[in-house]
Write a protein that binds this ligand. Structure first.
Ligand SMILES: *Cc1c(COP(=O)(O)O)cnc(C)c1O
Length: 493
């Protein structure tokens, strides 16, 4: 469907000045002009990029707009269908194509955003293997929780990440809750947690009636700053109350600096829960995220790099902790010939059907990581000339899963804000999002204590300037290139 506006408003004849052309762009709010001959036939399209290049190469506002030069005009007849138009846009790397009649007169304009499905941030990406395991579960009537897929999924995942034991549960949040519970976090305890994260990392601290205390990020990984952690630990040591646990988050697929964090945790004898919900498949110095701490958790929510539609996994090398968590995840039923309970439990166990999806997804995880890294590298490479954009770093020897491609706007080099950038992409049918809003700035945690990395809080800076770009592993090259073009248009406007 062509957008509704008067196409004549975009037409300009050759002898008009460049200034006239700019006025039209200004009045119509569009980024394209249609250069027409005396008889009204389309000669070519002129974009704001064409005008910029013309000015740079010596053109002036008074120059005739026709002097911009000839170029093969890409246009379609009224009869072209959307598939053909989209293919033409991809072939020529353009987002607008004029529609002409039999006399070559422009009668309309196709815009990519009207015909291309919306490009989303990160959508589930499932294949045939998953279907196979689900069918198998249905055929053998293993629909209830507990069943062969769950055991197999736990074993296959532990082997993949290199941890001794695993427990499949209903969500990443449930996994964090169980971890805190088996580590003995109780009412009134202090738990340290990364501030720059999604609220699911710390909600379970509240479930336990404990008090979260937040720790800032550092610039090299955007994750927990070891110096700020040290300051926090010294502060609590001085008060004579040590935190009961530390929740370290590996955001956007990138590991935190685990060696200094674990060294501090060990010095104070505090267990560490690694929230690797976003970093499945990522490694830090050769080791999978989630396996350096006392316990680690993964999420298979719909937007994560692999998904079971909803689910999570708790891993640890400590068998007792996982056994205790398994007991609590199935209503804490004591060993007796009837229903006997001495402790409060939960209904947190993953179902056998969903575990089947997980088994299929685990087999394609490496491919998914590869594709997400490719997307990141392509964004960074194709936009490397735009100085106002900085890209999420990666430590030497680390392998991020690049769950989301995140860039930072440099406010000293651009006026545009993260919010404006996202709204402009949205007008083009592309979904980008702000970074997580730090927990110490959330109304929910308004009285929580916070340890910043320095005089300025680093994660507040990340929140102000970071943008998460469309990063789904099922995004096509053509969709990726159209997002990149849209970003160029926004940043170079
Ligand atoms: C998604 C996510 C979680 C929670 O996982 P669910 O499976 O959605 O409960 C926890 N922490 C972080 C950082 C996440 O992104």
């Amino acid at each position: 469907m062509a957008s509704e506006f008067n196409i004549k408003d975009l037409c300009i004849s050759e002898h008009k000045s460049l200034e006239d052309g700019l006025k039209i762009l200004n009045e119509t709010g569009r980024s394209i002009l249609l250069l027409v001959a005396q008889d009204g036939a389309l000669l070519r399209t002129i974009t704001d990029g064409d005008i910029r290049r013309f000015l740079v190469s010596g053109g002036t506002l008074g120059s005739a707009i026709g002097d911009i030069g000839q170029q093969v005009s890409i246009s379609v007849s009224c009869k072209a269908n959307e598939v053909e138009v989209l293919a033409l846009m991809d072939e020529h790397g353009i987002d607008q194509v004029p529609i002409i009649d039999d006399n070559k007169k422009p009668v309309g304009l196709h815009l990519r955003k009207d015909i291309q499905p919306r490009i989303l941030l990160s959508v589930p990406h499932l294949g045939d293997l998953e279907r196979h395991y689900i069918h198998e579960a249905l055929d053998t009537n293993w629909v209830a929780p507990v069943g062969p897929n769950i055991d197999a999924f736990e074993m296959e995942l532990s082997r993949y990440v290199g941890s001794e034991h695993a427990l499949a549960v209903t969500s990443g949040t449930a996994a964090i809750h169980l971890a805190l519970r088996v580590l003995g976090v109780e009412h009134g305890d202090i738990v340290l947690c990364s501030s720059f994260t999604f609220v699911a990392s710390c909600n379970p601290i509240l479930y336990q009636g404990a008090t979260p205390v937040f720790v800032d990020s550092e610039p090299e990984t955007w994750n927990m700053c070891p110096k700020a952690l040290e300051t926090a630990l010294e502060s609590f040591e001085a008060r004579g109350v040590l935190p009961k646990a530390i929740v370290v988050v590996h955001l956007y697929g990138q590991s935190a600096k685990m060696e200094p964090i674990m060294a501090l945790a060990d010095r104070y004898g505090i267990p560490v829960v690694e929230d690797a919900a976003e970093s499945m498949g990522a490694t830090h110095q050769g080791r999978h995220t989630g396996t350096s701490g006392t316990m680690g958790i993964f999420s298979f929510n719909g937007n994560k790099i692999i998904t079971t539609s909803g689910g999570g996994m708790l891993v640890s090398d400590n068998k007792d902790l996982i056994d205790k968590a398994r007991f609590l995840s199935t209503q804490a039923k004591d060993d007796a010939p009837y229903y006997l309970h001495t402790e409060v439990g939960y209904n947190y166990r993953m179902s056998n059907i969903l575990a089947g999806i997980g088994r299929g997804q685990l087999k394609v995880l490496d491919e998914r990581v590869k594709r997400r890294r490719e997307l990141f590298e392509c964004y960074e490479r194709e936009l490397s000339d735009i100085e106002a954009l900085k890209w999420m770093p990666e430590l030497d020897g680390d392998y991020s899963n690049r769950w989301l491609t995140v860039c930072l706007l440099d406010p000293t080099k651009t006026e545009i804000t993260a919010q404006e950038f996202i709204e402009k992409l949205s007008e083009q049918g592309m979904e980008a999002r702000r970074a997580w809003k730090p927990m110490h700035t959330q109304p929910l945690f308004e009285n929580a204590e916070y340890f910043a990395a320095g005089n300025d809080s680093y994660c507040d800076n990340l929140f102000d300037n970071a943008i998460c770009l469309p990063s789904g592993s099922n995004m096509t090259d053509s969709e990726l290139m159209s997002v990149i073009r849209a970003i160029r248009n926004i940043m170079l406007a």
